[in-house]
Design a protein around this ligand. Structure first.
Ligand SMILES: [Ca+2]
Length: 137
């Protein structure tokens, strides 16, 4: 069990490193970076704590873990407290929509276009996100 958790953390970390290399020169790979084209989520308010970034939609956060800032990676599901949309203006899908639960089952928590985000999602929406989708509007 413990080894599986560590293996997952290493795999996520490696994926993040690949992403950072692909964008070398444009952003550092520190805990606060959010590369162009990505939707970025953080464990705590004010873009702190563990981080997860992705350019894709995710129907379920499942057992995916965030990239740790302190050696232990929390689950992405039910952890997001701040976020930023760093999507491409050239993309057809520019607006991020975040939902409570997998497949948007629990209703929308927040949405926002490129360069929009929240340093704090608010007490009502905190630690509830379980899926997100890029949409045209
Ligand atoms: Ca949180």
């Amino acid at each position: 069990m413990r080894f599986r958790e560590i293996a997952t953390i290493v795999a996520v970390g490696a994926a993040a490193a690949v992403g950072a290399l692909a964008c070398a020169g444009t952003a550092s790979a520190d805990q606060f970076s959010c590369d162009i084209g990505e939707y970025c989520m953080w464990e705590h308010a004010n873009v702190t704590g563990d981080r997860y970034t992705t350019a894709g939609s995710m129907a379920s956060y499942g057992t995916i873990r965030m990239v740790p800032d302190d050696g232990f990676a929390v689950l992405l599901n039910n952890s997001v407290s701040s976020w930023l949309n760093a999507g491409y203006y050239s993309s057809y899908y520019t607006v991020i929509h975040s939902y409570d639960g997998a497949n948007g089952a629990g209703g929308e928590l927040w949405s926002g276009g490129i360069r929009q985000g929240e340093a704090w999602v608010g007490a009502t929406d905190n630690d509830r996100a379980g899926s997100h989708y890029w949409r045209h509007s």
